[in-house]
Design a protein around this ligand. Structure first.
Ligand code: ADP
Ligand code: MG
Length: 296
């Protein structure tokens, strides 16, 4: 479904990618509990520093294809940091430094042949606060595709993307009005349409509903469920009910005291399990404490 220009890098070797890590039921690679299906993104031994402060330590996780994976955990435990590592958005933070490895379709995303801009086309992102451009609804959706040299029928792409984002019926009569005139929930679906128009494979969502009312939230959740047939979604949410409702897999991150002895706490994955199991029968006592509201 990706046009050629969405490949990671035109200069990347033309050898076929290694077969996807098969993530079977039970324990996956690195002994992690896993969902069925191939992993599209995998982190191994990922640690992230901001300056000299360790924010995330030794993260290993497999994100299954065509599933929704939720990242939960207390504020400051590194959920957004992990999300931003997946499409190298953390490269844009000068103090951020990463060790360990992330692979996308089996290839190291930090390899010199990988163009981070091209990577971000394949791994799109939706933010907490809807951020439409101060342009028309139409231009908001067409923009990314246009700068990527989309040569198909733009009207058709805009309509398809807005339909896919469950917004078309609400905006079809006012495509040339400003995106900023829409309600918050509509703006967030517009941002999702804008992301879809670039035809990504993975969509990273950082608390996409936290600025929305319950009705808009329900619409976005329904939309996510619909999108997972064609996309892999990773969502950060502080709303545990939302994680339970929408996700197939959940990673619960925690703040660990660490070994530095300086009182600084570092984010780690306490548990990564099928969502139902994590919420009904958590393995890690810290997960249980968090989901029952005793910590966090
Ligand atoms: N741009 C940044 N510069 C320095 N420290 C940061 C930056 N972004 C996040 N951090 C720190 O990294 C840790 C994890 O933050 P974050 O990933 O935003 O957590 P969460 O999304 O779980 O609330 C926090 O201690 C935070 O202060
Ligand atoms: Mg965050």
């Amino acid at each position: 479904m990706s046009p050629p220009e969405t490949q990671v890098s035109p200069s990347a070797p033309t050898s076929p990618p290694p077969p996807p890590r098969q993530v079977a039921a039970g324990l996956g690679p690195a002994g992690l509990p896993a969902a069925s299906g191939p992993a599209v993104l995998s982190a191994r031994g990922l640690s992230v520093y901001y300056g000299s402060t360790l924010a995330l330590r030794d993260i290993s996780i497999d994100i299954p294809k065509n599933r929704i994976t939720a990242l939960i955990g207390p504020s400051g435990c590194g959920k957004s940091t992990l999300l931003r590592c997946f499409n190298r958005m953390n490269d844009l933070i000068p103090s951020a430094r990463m060790s360990g490895e992330i692979t996308f379709d089996g290839r190291d995303i930090a390899a010199p042949s990988v163009d981070p801009v091209a990577l971000r086309r394949r791994i799109g992102m939706v933010f907490q606060k809807p951020n439409p451009f101060p342009k028309s609804i139409y231009q908001n959706v067409a923009w990314g595709a246009r700068i990527n040299g989309y040569r198909g029928d733009m009207n058709d792409l805009v309509e398809r993307s807005l339909r896919r984002a469950a917004l078309w019926d609400e905006v079809k009569s006012k495509l040339h009005r400003s995106g900023l005139e829409l309600s918050g929930g509509q703006q967030q679906r517009l941002c999702i349409a804008r992301t879809l128009a670039v035809e990504p494979e993975v969509i990273l969502m950082d608390e996409p509903c936290s600025a929305l009312d319950p009705i808009s939230t329900a619409r976005v959740e329904d939309l996510m469920d619909d999108l997972k047939a064609d996309y892999t979604i990773v969502i950060v949410t502080h709303n545990m009910q939302q994680a339970r409702r929408v996700s197939d897999m959940t990673a619960c991150l925690m703040l660990d005291e660490g070994s530095g002895g300086n009182g600084h706490r570092t984010g780690v994955i306490a548990e990564f399990s099928p969502t139902h199991r994590l919420f009904t029968n958590p393995v890690d006592p810290r997960t249980e404490a968090y989901i029952t509201g005793r910590i966090g």
